[in-house]
Design a protein around this ligand. Sequence first.
Ligand code: FAD
Length: 462
Amino acid sequence: SFDSAFDIPVFPSVDSPLNSGRDCFCKLKGQIDDCSCSVDTVDHFNNAKVFPRLSSLLQKDYFRFYKVNLKKECPFWSDDSRCSMRTCHVKTCGEDDIPPGLKGEHDHRNENMALKYLESSQDSDNCDEDNDLDAELGYLNTTISDSAYKGFELWQAYDDAQDNFCTLPDEDGEAQYVDLLLNPERFTGYKGESAHRIWRTIYMENCFRPKKSFNSYISSSKLNGLCLEKRVFYRVISGLHTSINIHLSANYLFSGKNPLSKDADNENWGYNLEEFKNRFSPEFTDKEGPQWLRNLYFIYLLELRAVAKAAPYLAQERFYTGNESEDSETKDAIMDLLNVIKSFPEHFDESCMFADGTKQAQKLKEEFRQHFRNISRIMDCVGCEKCKLWGKLQTQGLGTALKILFSSKFDKLLKTSDQPFLSRSFRLERSEIVTLFNALGRLSTSIREIEMFRQMMRSRTL
Ligand SMILES: Cc1cc2nc3c(=O)[nH]c(=O)nc-3n(C[C@H](O)[C@H](O)[C@H](O)COP(=O)(O)OP(=O)(O)OC[C@H]3O[C@@H](n4cnc5c(N)ncnc54)[C@H](O)[C@@H]3O)c2cc1C
C-alpha cells in the first residue's frame, strides 16, 4: 500500500520491537545548535515551501548540466581502488545532449577583462574626436598580446582564489558535462577501507579537533570545547556526511527485481529503513547518530543563508542556456524561490564568525579556508565515480556558500552597489551557481527524506 500524502510505500510492521529506531529522532526537536531557530520550523519551511520549488527548479537545463573532471589524479595518495561496480558508473553527455547556450560557455574572467579593454578603447575613441590630435602620433596600441592576456588571467585567477573556499571548478580538457538527472545520487555499494580513508582523512587531518581527542571521529560531547568557528566547520562536514548517508538509505538497491519499478532494468530501488536505523540510531552509533542528523539541519541553514544573502546578485543573473522560453521559466522559478527563502525569519547568522577583526581572527579564517580547500581536493581521491561526482558537486556548492558568506569583496559589493551585477570585483561562475543550488537541493531532499523515514517508523509501530 502507499501513503497517500507522499506516495511512498508503507511497510507492514515485521521484525523490530516497538519503538526501535524511533530514538534516531530524539534530537530532532528544539533549537538547532549555534542557530536561533528550531528543527520544527525548518522541517515545516523546507518540506512545504523550499523542497517542492527547488526540486522543480533543478530539473531545468541551466541546473542539470554540470561540467566536471572525474579523472583528476588524487593529489594525496595513489588511488588503488577504482570501483568497477555498475552502480558507480557515471554516464557523461554527448555533444548533442548539451544545450546550445552552454556549448559556447565562456569564462566571466575573460569577459571582465574584455570589458575593461572595451572601456579603455572607448576612452581613446573619445580622444580621437578632438581634431587637434594627429591621428598617427596619437596612435595608442590598445590591442593586448596573447602573453599579456595570459598574465591578466593569472592575476585574475590569483585574485579570485583569495576568496575561494574550494578548488576552482574543473575547466580543463578532461572535464565533461554530466546530466545530473540521469545520474542520481543513491546507493552505490562504495564502502570499506577506501570510503573510510576519505572520511577519516577529512575528520582527522582537515577538521579542527578538540584537545585530547585521539579517535579520528570527533565525539559531539567534546565540541563545546571548541570556538564557534571550529564547531561550525565540524558541523558542516558532519551534516554533509549525514546527507550522503541518508540518500543512500532512501535510494537503496534491494536484491531481486521489482516489476513495478520505473527503472529500465526493473531494479528494486527504495527506502531502506533498517539501513537508516543502523546509521543513525543511538544504539548503533555510540549515541552519536541523532546529533549527526541535527548537523544536517545546521548545514542546511548555512547554505540557505548564503542563497538569501546572494539574492540581490542572483536576481540579476540571466541563467542563459540558449532556449528563450526555458530560460525565462528558470528566471521566474528562481525569483519565486528567492522570495520564499528571503521570507524565512531565522537564518544562520554569519556575522558573529571571524568577527573581532584581530590578526588571530584573520588567521583562523585563513585556516578555515585552507582546511576546506583540502577537503574539496580529497574528493578527487574518492574511489567510486558516482560518489565522486556528487561529492565534488556538494563540496563545490558548500565552497560557494562559504565564499558568499565570508568574502569581504561580496560584503562590500552588497553595501555599495545598487546594481551588483555591474561589479567586476566579485563574480560567481555558472558552475558555482549550479553547485550552490544543487547542493542546497541535496540537503533539502535529505530533510524531506527524514520525514519519510519518520512516517515509515510510525506506520510500523501502529
Ligand atoms: C565523498 C563520499 C561520497 C559518497 N557517496 C556515496 C553515495 O553516493 N552512495 C553510496 O552508496 N555511498 C557513498 N559513499 C560511501 C558512504 O558514505 C559510506 O562511507 C559507506 O556506506 C560505508 O559506511 P559506514 O557505515 O562504514 O560508515 P561511514 O559513513 O563510512 O562513516 C565512517 C565513520 O564516520 C563516523 N560518522 C558516520 N556518519 C557521521 C556523521 N554524519 N558525522 C560525523 N561522523 C560520522 C562514524 O564513526 C563512522 O563509523 C560516499 C563516501 C564518500 C567519502
